[in-house]
Design a protein around this ligand. Structure first.
Ligand code: SAH
Length: 351
């Protein structure tokens, strides 16, 4: 299926169930052919919810005074890393708000400790950090970095993601930098941001292809009441025919299209998706293009405070119950748990 922008828009607007079943089938076929039946598990550790940014969508933004802020110690992080080993995961993902209390050297030490004591791949997702930070963390052994561009519509991005005073926010420049430092690079978008049009979401999907991403994470936008975008009153823009809805089905469409434009990429079935459909969201994501899940290893006492959006799936679980639950879900759809780090398998396409 050759997908140009108009074809992508056609799929995003498709409402016919039989036609959509074709899209799911095709995404599942390409997934099986290109990355196989293994579902890779990445243990997620939410290491800090401190954040200097004021993103309009995110519940851990600096202005939210209603959450208790925490920053894990390196021993606490290593405790989670050991659990990842016990559970047979191939990767740990350290994620946080944009927290400059997590200094360059401290993160580099944590990465070196993990690489020294385990065989795990290490992924960082710590927001927009300096070239020097990224360079030092790569040299310390970090394998991958996740930074979603959220939307390619510059005007919308500027509105929902104000830069720090006196600095720009160019996530595409950072993605480029990560690639040249030799990271496997992950990015992605939220689906159904207020003001996001079909046209711009189709451009996002085309960008997945031209950026040749190693990993693509997409989830529905979920309003958080303590944020500027959290109002439940629909604005006139939301009622327009151009507005992408933040629904479960729209998210599956984007997962499936991401698989078709980037057949060899690692694509997670995300927690935000599981939040919209706690019973079957993970499985349906995996059956419509995804090949990765990220079980949560964050210690239970911190989980509720990493509230980027409300009613997050798995909030009351422990690492062990998440682990058992994910295994059950993967087996229930006839797939198997991948072994090893599960990096990108296929050579990058020539650019
Ligand atoms: N500070 C890091 C990690 C942020 S959390 C960063 O900015 O990269 C990871 C992702 O969660 C974000 O990139 C965003 O796409 C998603 N997210 C944040 N708030 C959300 C919300 N209200 N609904 C859905 N997804 C959200």
């Amino acid at each position: 299926m050759r997908l140009d922008k108009d074809t992508i828009i056609g799929w995003l607007r498709e409402a016919d169930e039989a036609r959509l079943a074709e899209l799911w089938r095709e995404a599942d076929r390409v997934r099986r052919e290109r990355v196989g039946d293994d579902v890779h598990l990445r243990g997620l550790v939410e290491i800090s919810n401190h954040c200097v940014r004021r993103c309009g969508y995110c519940g851990i933004r600096a202005d939210n005074r209603k959450i208790a802020r925490y920053r894990m110690t390196s021993d606490e992080i290593m405790g989670c890393v050991r659990e990842a080993m016990v559970f047979g995961y191939g990767t740990v993902v350290l994620q946080s708000g944009e927290d400059h209390g997590l200094t360059r050297d401290w993160i580099a030490d944590v990465v070196r400790r993990i690489k020294g004591e385990t065989e795990l791949a290490v992924t960082l997702s710590l927001g927009e950090r300096s070239d020097e930070d990224l360079e030092v963390w790569r040299a310390a052994g970090t394998d991958r970095y996740l930074l979603r561009f959220e939307t390619s519509d510059r005007e919308l991005y500027g509105r929902i993601h104000p830069p720090l005073p006196g600095r720009g926010s160019d996530r595409f420049a950072i993605l480029d930098r990560l690639g040249s430092l030799g990271y496997e690079v992950g990015s992605g978008v939220m689906v159904g941001i207020p003001g996001q049009t079909y046209e711009s979401l189709a451009r996002d999907i085309e960008l997945f292809r031209s950026l040749d991403l190693d990993m693509i994470g997409v989830g529905p936008f979920i309003p958080h009441p303590e944020t500027p975008l959290g109002s439940t009153e629909p604005s006139p823009a939301l009622l327009s025919d151009e507005q992408v809805p933040n629904t479960e089905e729209m998210t599956y469409k984007v997962v499936a299209l991401a698989r078709l434009v980037c057949p060899g990429s690692n694509i997670p079935s995300t927690t935000a998706l599981a939040t919209l459909n706690k019973a079957h969201g993970r499985e349906l994501g995996l059956m419509r293009g995804a090949n990765v899940v990220m079980p949560n290893l964050t210690p239970p006492r911190y989980r509720a405070s990493y509230e980027i959006y409300p009613a997050k799936a798995c909030i009351d679980e422990t690492a062990r119950t998440c682990h058992i639950c994910m295994h059950g879900r993967i087996a229930s759809i006839g797939r198997r748990v991948g072994r090893g780090p599960g990096g990108r398998k296929h050579a990058k396409s020539p650019s």
